[in-house]
Design a protein around this ligand. Structure first.
Ligand code: DQA
Length: 137
């Protein structure tokens, strides 16, 4: 099984950025743990702070991979382009948010992705990535 985790803007700062919300682990460590835990899965990772690069990656993997785990971060709430890309590809997308976006500011309640996602996981911290992988198994 081939899965990819795609992280959006500012998630390269995990471990340093607002640790009270996003935790103190770097994504490098989180990813290493996931690879160890799910060693039979071909798991890859892409992060970008650039909207178009996220769309390009969705196009690249979206007709080939078995699943996409997408935390589009702030673009979740603003990007019609990423939402359209999720709608246009064949690979199922599980939307993940580390924090409980519905317990935060109103602008975080809107998602351009959810309507076309296979499912949405939010509020379980970085454990959400693991839950998303499990959902594909
Ligand atoms: C986030 C929630 C978004 O609102 C925020 O902009 C992020 C991270 C999360 O994982 O909780 O950057 O997607």
């Amino acid at each position: 099984m081939k899965l990819i985790i795609i992280n959006g803007p500012n998630l390269n700062l995990l471990g340093k950025r607002e640790p009270e919300i996003y935790g103190s682990e770097t994504f490098k460590d989180i990813f290493k743990n996931l690879q160890n835990k799910f060693s039979t899965i071909e798991l890859s990772y892409f992060q970008s702070n650039i909207e178009g690069e996220i769309i390009d990656t969705l196009h690249e993997v979206g007709f080939e991979y078995d699943g996409i785990i997408l935390n589009a971060a702030a673009y979740t709430h603003t990007s019609v382009g990423i939402g359209d890309a999720v709608k246009g590809i064949e690979t199922p997308v599980v939307e993940v948010h580390i924090s409980n976006v519905h317990a935060r500011e109103e602008f975080r309640h809107k998602s351009y992705i959810s309507a076309n996602a296979k499912g949405v996981i939010f509020g379980f911290g970085i454990k959400g990535y693991e839950l998303a992988i499990q959902s594909f198994l």
